[in-house]
Write a protein that binds this ligand. Structure first.
Ligand code: AMP
Length: 544
């Protein structure tokens, strides 16, 4: 027997409509690319998104056509999110930090019909435009007063386009399984792969992410995603903030400590989110200036492992709760977050910081397990580690335009490529990317754990560990370290720091000091490059 309930489709446009109707004057505040702060209410955002939906139709964008963006976190980018998805087209966010040939590949593979770009990226697009095979129009996201001289065929000004379009537009209803947005995974090898989100997956992910034990957003909150809108839809903040009617702050192109602090304080931000590097910058700024964080309650940090020292600094010095989260482009992105189960709420600050080192527990909608090489499920004892597999309504079922997938098994599980443990409280810890694990004498050493320990040393700014060839052990760990400015850390000091913190055979065989480490376009350590750089490195232990 079927239930007798309405089959209302879960559509991205409903999130914005809700905000406009129930929270019309709640603000969206952005640092513009041009400089000044821009602010308006959700009702204004919805009106402009309708206008833009008409403008898109005027440019020939029809259902399921891809609308590319190369843009920072601003109100105009948000309008594109809603106008494109809401009208039935697909919003395709492109990471401008990728290598130019990858951008060309992504635009062509995604078959973008229109490309919206911030002023920042005009020179880049001028350089690449002739290699874009499907783009019919380029829209510069600025007003007439700020339009630069442009060498692009058919370049249009965003605000001119808006002025000419009508506001009269009804958000259409269609099947919730329709594609809403497209994002390519950064992948450290091969071509980037497209992850195609649906309206249903986006709305369900937003509803789950807003819950108290996940990001915990209410209408009284002020959120500020520092994570870029070109990186997995800014972890969903542009969807669940309007859904909850919270005030939304978008930091534009500036993510340095001073700029972030200014917005956090001036706008009364209560929840913010981003990768560890951003918060390292903020901590340094706070230390240098002696300033405080007066409104922030919570930082959701993920994308790379959060060092314990960071959680401790925010809690002890600034009274801010760090919530360690894990996810990936393929998961919309949230998969786990580190909030405790019932019965663990009375932990000491020390216990809290210890727990936050792990990536967290799955929340409703996400199933996870760890398996060995033969796909046998491993025990959840916090010790056994293996490939982390996940499934759920916001996990990708295949990659865009790829037939077959070696990451999906016959039972609907997706192999994340992360190696992890799960403990008795179901708190998951990523020990490595499967390709980054250091294989020493048939046993595995977690490169992430070595890095976490190294960055706990007060003289270390950043560290990476990789497996280097070894005649006896196959691979042994090499630690590559960036010293803090002015620090005089020696190899001996660094290695001594590992004593008592890991098993003896995990201690790196050597330390190399460098000025900087290579990073991917999403700010993760580029281990592949490091492995290439040190492939002929001879460890001091290689002779013995
Ligand atoms: P991306 O698709 O670019 O968001 O990258 C996803 C990958 O980032 C995951 O598969 C992990 O390897 C890594 N990652 C994300 N969050 C964390 C975290 N909290 N700790 C360690 N690695 C993480």
């Amino acid at each position: 027997m079927e239930g007798l309930m309405m089959g209302t489709q879960l559509l991205v446009s409903s999130l914005l409509r809700n905000a406009a109707i129930n929270h019309p004057t709640t603000e969206v505040v952005s640092r513009s690319v041009e400089g000044p702060i821009h602010r308006y209410g959700y009702a204004d955002l919805e009106r402009r998104a309708r206008r833009l939906a008409n403008a898109l139709q005027g440019l020939g964008v029809g259902p399921s056509d891809r609308v590319g963006t190369l843009a920072w976190n601003t109100w105009r980018h948000l309008e594109i999110y809603y106008a494109a998805s809401g009208s039935g087209a697909v919003c395709h966010t492109i990471n401008p930090r990728l290598f130019p040939p990858q951008i060309v590949y992504i635009v062509n593979h995604g078959e973008d019909k229109v490309l919206f770009l911030d002023l920042t990226f005009v020179p880049l697009v001028e350089q690449l435009a002739s290699r874009f095979e499907t783009v019919e129009a380029f829209v510069i996201m600025t007003d007439e007063a700020n339009m630069p001289e442009i060498r692009l065929p058919g370049a249009l000004c965003f605000e001119t386009l808006m002025k000419a379009a009508s506001e009269d537009f009804e958000w259409p209803s269609f099947d919730e399984n329709t594609a809403s947005s497209l994002c390519y995974s950064s992948g450290t090898t091969g071509n980037p792969k497209g992850v195609l989100y649906s309206h249903r997956s986006t709305v369900l992910h937003a509803m789950a992410a807003a819950l108290p034990d996940v990001v915990d957003v209410s209408a009284r909150d002020v959120t500020m995603p520092v994570v870029p809108m070109f990186h997995v839809n800014a972890w969903g903040f542009p969807y669940y903030t309007p859904m909850m009617g919270a005030k939304l702050v978008l930091p534009g192109p500036l993510a340095d400590g001073a700029s972030i602090h200014e917005l956090l304080e001036n706008e009364g931000v209560t929840i913010s989110a981003g990768v560890p590097t951003v918060w390292l910058g903020l901590l340094q700024y706070l230390e240098e200036t002696g300033k405080a964080l007066s409104t922030v309650k919570r930082l959701v940090i993920g994308g790379s492992a959060v060092p314990r020292a960071m959680t401790e600094a925010f809690l002890d010095r600034y009274g801010v709760e760090v919530r360690h989260a894990w996810g990936m482009t393929e998961m919309s992105p949230l998969g786990t977050i580190n909030t405790p189960p019932h019965g663990m709420q009375d932990e000491t600050p020390e216990q809290f910081c210890d727990r936050q080192v792990k990536q967290g527990r799955a929340f409703f909608g996400v199933e996870m397990k760890i398996v060995d090489d033969d796909d046998n499920t491993l025990p959840e004892d916090g010790v056994a580690f293996g490939m982390l597999k996940v499934r759920g309504p916001w996990v990708c079922s295949a990659y865009y335009k790829e037939s077959g997938s070696d990451t999906h098994d016959g039972n609907g599980w997706f192999a994340t490529g992360d190696v992890a443990t799960i403990d008795e409280t179901r708190n998951m810890q990523v020990t490595d990317r499967s390709k980054d694990v250091i294989k020493s004498g048939g046993e595995w050493i977690s490169s992430i754990e070595l890095e976490n320990i190294a960055v706990g040393h007060p003289d270390v700014a950043e560290a990476a560990s990789i497996g280097v060839q070894h005649p006896k052990w196959d691979e042994r760990p090499l630690l590559v370290v960036v010293r803090r400015e002015g620090a005089e850390l020696s190899r001996g000091d660094m290695l001594a720091y590992f004593e008592g913190r890991v098993a003896r055979w995990w201690v790196p065989d050597d330390v190399v000091f460098v000025d900087e480490l290579p990073h991917t376009a999403t700010g993760k350590l580029l281990k592949m490059q490091l492995r290439e750089d040190y492939k002929d490195y001879v460890l001091p232990t290689a002779g013995g």
